[in-house]
Write a protein that binds this ligand. Structure first.
Ligand SMILES: [Zn+2]
Length: 452
């Protein structure tokens, strides 16, 4: 890790990008893209061939951003299938997998990987496990960028950042200095003891998946009960939270509007902030107004439109060099905002990240976006946590943390199907159980059969 590099990235990400117009941004993207492709033409055996096929001998022939479409699409499967020829450091997939799996158990990274290269696992979607490798430079860039995007305006130093993420990922364990302190928590660990430690640490910035934020909010309240504050005798009084973060960031899971509002309230925030971070990069973050903006200063987002607002992004990152991300089709649905954000940024404003494309339910033969289902459900009252799963036979299972609300939820869903002109699927209700070892997807479609 190089502090100088982190600081340099931080400064550039924080104050360096000031695009006056979309045109200026696009000119910048084109320059960065050409630079990246020139690099790949030299260092990635796969891209040596691909670029010659698309542009002849020189990627400088790329005249505008649309020319990018001449390159083939990539997804997790093809990326893994072509891993050995794709990466620019001569790493072999077998070694990377061994190192990534070893790392999760605390073993040392494989010495068969090139100097400084760290391997990580990415969560398997539909059974495909992915791996990714990063160089020290990329990790420093990441740390600098995250800091630039998350630190509030005003005082920059003295922040304590509490980060709740899945374990076994060194990418997230980079920054610790006198000026800024990161404390890393494993979401698979004991959240109750984490909550105790967290209250002591008193972070200025709290970063966690919404399902973990939920537990933390609850835990901090519970701890206060037991510490003798007379909440029980006067339940109408709002309690003083034990945490006083200046900012709370939601990461790693889809944040529904209803959860966002509820969690912002629980942590006394004006709005919940979001970082849209995945293996493929740090793809979007919220501005001061709480609006999500695509990180178009570090990547190009082509759009595969699903309707007039929703699209699946195809990402080309012009910073990732060890394992290039070029025309990588994500398994996510994003929705653009209907009006521009009044922060004035030229970066595309999003309404929300809706979730995974393969979590789109199929009801009566018709796709129904996960977000549409989530919004219908929260019209009902009397519960906080829920999860909807659709099984291979098309039936639904709705888990609620208070089953007294089942009739109301059933009515809300019936209204939705009626409004869409669809026949209601078979729907069962069960109790909701929080599972900290899994990413929470409020609405998901699974390949399994319904459990009997
Ligand atoms: Zn904005």
């Amino acid at each position: 890790m190089s502090k100088a590099r982190i600081v340099a990235t931080f400064i550039r990400a924080r104050w360096g990008y000031r695009f006056r117009s979309r045109k200026a941004l696009e000119r910048y993207q084109l320059r960065q893209l050409r630079r990246q492709l020139r690099f790949l033409a030299k260092r990635s055996p796969l891209f040596q061939d691909v670029l010659v096929d698309a542009f002849g001998s020189s990627p400088d022939r790329l005249e505008n951003l649309e020319d990018l479409a001449r390159l083939p699409l990539m997804d997790k499967q093809s990326m893994m299938a072509n891993f050995d020829r794709l990466n620019t450091v001569g790493a072999q997939l077998a070694d990377v997998e061994a190192a990534a799996l070893g790392g999760a158990d605390g073993a040392l990274p494989s010495s068969r990987l090139p100097q400084g290269i760290v391997a990580g696992l990415s969560s398997g979607t539909s059974g495909h496990r992915g791996v990714f490798v990063t160089s020290p430079q990329e990790r420093d860039h990441w740390a600098g960028t995250v800091l630039a995007m998350t630190l509030p305006h005003g005082r920059l130093w003295g922040h304590r950042i509490a980060l709740f993420l899945r374990a076994g990922n060194e990418l997230y364990d980079t920054v610790r200095s006198r000026a800024i302190d990161f404390r890393f928590y494993d979401t698979h660990g004991d959240l109750v003891s984490h909550a105790r430690d967290l209250a002591e640490y008193n972070p200025t910035i709290l970063v966690a998946p919404p399902s973990v934020l939920d537990v933390l909010a609850e835990q901090c309240m519970a701890t206060e009960h037991s510490s003798g504050i007379a909440l029980a005798s006067n339940p109408g009084l709002s309690s003083t939270p034990m945490l006083h973060p200046q900012r709370v960031y939601s990461v790693a899971e889809v944040l529904t509007d209803a959860d966002g509002t509820r969690l912002a309230q629980a942590f006394s925030q004006e709005h919940l902030h979001q970082l849209y971070q995945c293996t493929e990069g740090l793809l979007a973050h919220t501005c001061e107004r709480g609006t999500l903006h695509l990180n178009e200063q570090i990547a190009i987002f082509e759009r595969e439109w699903l309707d007039d607002r929703r699209f699946v992004p195809i990402v080309t990152d012009f910073r990732r060099r060890t394992q290039p991300i070029v025309r990588y089709r994500l398994n996510d649905i994003l929705q653009v905002r209907s009006s521009p954000c009044d922060c004035g940024s030229v970066l595309t404003a999003l309404e929300r990240i809706e979730g995974r494309e393969d979590d789109t339910l199929i009801v009566d033969g018709t796709p129904v976006f996960a977000d549409v289902v989530a919004r219908a459900i929260v019209r009902a009252d009397g519960f906080t946590n829920y999860r909807v799963r659709q099984f291979a036979d098309g039936s639904l299972e709705v888990a609620l943390d208070d089953l007294a609300a089942r009739d109301e939820v059933a009515r809300a869903l019936a209204e939705l199907w009626a409004r869409l002109g669809l026949e209601s699927p078979v729907t069962d209700f069960i109790g909701y159980v929080h599972n900290p070892t899994q990413k929470l997807r409020r609405v998901q479609r699974v390949a399994e059969r319904k459990p009997r």
